[in-house]
Design a protein around this ligand. Structure first.
Ligand SMILES: O=C[C@H](O)COP(=O)(O)O
Length: 319
């Protein structure tokens, strides 16, 4: 992880008079989506990089010890050993960036990552009444402390959209600051839930309020809203990260999440990070892809790269 963002005093000028040039942002986003972003000879390397940036996620009501244990073993060995060898990478160990679960499943992750010899893989827990955040502040803070005590080293909180939609950015800042304190040594990712913020100006303001309060990452979505990660909101968020860095010297990470399912998209996300923030933001201490169903397509593409054909169902045991 990059050096932690210790935040700053609330500065209202950073959340006032925000104007977003929607047409220009959309034009820029279209250039990301349409052109080839990675040369063929680099595709496998980019896909492996993307794997190391995945927060391998399961956030379902029917999560059990058994599917969480599979998730942990998959995070430890996301790409088959023979494919790694076919890429002439020898015994290179590739792990996912983290596993991401509900607080009640954190202890399972700690148990199975240990059993897999992979206790170095961070456990990210969603918290604070994920996905809606509609529980009392005291409960939300307690949930963070509980997840940390069970073994989470990264906490993905949801911001208070009621405060955000009412324009109370100081209120958002103060809650996130308390959440940062509750995290202790754990890294704080703040989920903006962009699909519920109404405007891109609010996305920019929410990004700034969270970073001022000490967010180590800003994350687009819970994966449960109607609108998930997309390149338009991402551009607003990564440019806020750039401005915050210029202002404070703190490097805040970015995590698009929700609906990211294709290997091609994973490369486009990496390309966005490279072009907007530089190569430093293409590594997993400053970039994560929150995804429950992306790894399968990446495996399929790597299989294709190695063998020249697409995998049959039985050839790629999915998580
Ligand atoms: O934080 C991660 C998201 O909940 C994952 O969303 P997804 O299931 O659409 O990949």
């Amino acid at each position: 992880m990059a050096a932690r963002n210790t935040g700053m005093e609330f500065d209202s000028s950073l959340v006032e008079n925000v104007h977003i040039n929607l047409a220009a942002i959309k034009r820029r986003a279209e250039t990301l989506g349409t052109r080839r972003c990675v040369k063929k000879q680099w595709q496998a390397a980019w896909l492996l990089r993307a794997v190391t940036c995945i927060d391998l996620t399961t956030l379902a009501g029917d999560d059990t010890e058994s599917n969480v244990s599979r998730l942990c073993f998959k995070a430890k060995q996301p790409i088959r050993h023979d494919l790694i060898q076919a890429l002439k990478l020898g015994d290179l160990e590739i792990n996912c960036g983290a596993v991401c679960v509900y607080p009640n499943r954190v202890a399972d992750c700690a148990k199975y990552l240990k059993r897999a010899g992979a206790s170095h893989i961070p456990i990210a827990s969603v918290a604070t009444g994920f996905p809606t955040g509609q529980t009392p502040l005291k409960t939300r803070l307690e949930e963070i402390r509980l997840a940390v005590s069970e073994g989470a080293s990264e906490i993905d909180i949801v911001i208070n959209r009621t405060l955000a939609l009412g324009g109370d950015w100081k209120g958002v800042y103060e809650e996130v600051k308390l959440m940062k304190e509750a995290c202790g040594e754990a890294h704080l990712k703040t989920i903006l839930a962009v699909g519920e913020l109404g405007t891109l100006a609010n996305v920019r303001k929410a990004s700034m309020a969270c970073m001022m309060a000490g967010a180590d990452f800003i994350k687009t979505s819970t994966g449960k809203e109607g609108v998930n990660a997309n390149f338009v909101v991402a551009l607003v968020m990564v440019r806020a990260i750039r401005d915050y860095f210029q202002l404070t010297g703190f490097k805040v990470g970015f995590k698009p999440a929700g609906g990211i399912r294709s290997a091609k998209d994973a490369c486009t996300w990496l390309s966005l990070m490279k072009e907007e923030l530089g190569e430093e933001w293409m590594k997993n201490d400053l970039f994560r892809l929150g995804a429950s169903s992306l790894l399968g397509d990446i495996e399929r593409q790597i299989f294709h790269y190695v063998t020249g054909r697409y995998a049959a169902a039985h050839e790629l045991p999915m998580a």
